[in-house]
Design a protein around this ligand. Sequence first.
Ligand SMILES: [Fe+2]
Ligand SMILES: [Fe+2]
Length: 418
Amino acid sequence: MLGRSTVLPCSSPSTSFAAPSTLRQPRRAAAKSISAALVTDTPRPKAIESNGTTRNGNGKLGQGGPTIINGQVLHSINAHQLDLIHSMDGYLDKTVVPILKDVKTMWQPTDFLPDSSSPDFLDQVAELRKRTDQLPDDYWVVLVGDMITEEALPTYMAMLNTLDGVRDETGAADTPWGRWTRQWTAEENRHGDLMNKYCYLSGRVNMRAVERTIQNLIGSGMDPKTENNPYLGFIYTSFQERATKVSHGNTAAHATELGDKQLGKICAAIAGDEARHEKAYIKIVDRLFELDPSGTMIAFGDMMRKQIVMPAHLMNDNEHMQNNSRNLFKDFSSVAQATGTYTGQDYVNIMEFLMKHWNIGGMLGLNSEAQKAQDDVQALLTKFRRLTDRQERIMKSKAVVPTKFSWVFNKEVPVIQV
Ligand SMILES: [Fe+2]
Ligand SMILES: [Fe+2]
């Protein structure tokens, strides 16, 4: 069985990225800070409120300031940094785009599924169902939550195309950044596709409730707090891809352990893709650190302080709250945590890994603002580690509440009361 005893309070599932909730800060304050840090040598644009009022960043007319819509700072990259991004075309073509695999040799979802054109298709489905019968409901809740997150891919492609200097201006732009975004999306598209079909064939999942959740999630979008800024955006995606690798890797191990080796192979194949994507995004940020160490340090410090939010944090199945008086995403995160699929410790481990990889603690030659970011982010890691350890201890004494999940036909799954 999956380890329910190792429960952390506020970690999040595979494609989710919330650190301990006690650490969260007001979004607007964080957004102002990065704006001040990065918008230093560009003309100060106007801000547009949702009601159409034009204001500056301080809310006063006529004084300039960052562009803000509904509390979200926009376009925080400065002109020099934008030039650096444009200078990376050759690097991207040579170092990053080749990390994607050739479509001709790439695995496809059908490689892992019963062959619907085969005379023994129904026997293959029966075999699949025999295997999936052994999987407990808490496993399904995590797998389905991960699948729903993958299925909201239109939102993630849109997010990449919000980033200044890298967006695909036409939808078919023949630029390295445009090719990367489209082909990355095309690789990712296989993940939700495969997981969705496997869940459907198992008969263990209420697909209508799942489909409703996917439609709601795509309709809601996400706010990764990346400010159209590719520095922030690629730090976010570096973290996110590693988080998904960890989560899918764990659902693979758990499926194998629980008797469904085929599902283990599926989740492992997806985790393998996430590992390549992580490598690619990290390489982009490697280059940013080479070209602009101070600017990238400030961006890294800012993203870590604001925290990496989960792309699926707005998920809604239209009934979880009514049935349980609790938030669906929080409960999904809690089950992912309880099953050891993605935990608060994982969040802190990823942060630590990236800090080691980018030599955050040892980087020299930074300007004073970047040095402050360097000190702050190291202190933040220590604080996150301490809080996560403490919350882990506290959670062991918290009550477990039977909670209905529509995704598994309203069967009750234990959720730690946070
Ligand atoms: Fe994925
Ligand atoms: Fe991914």
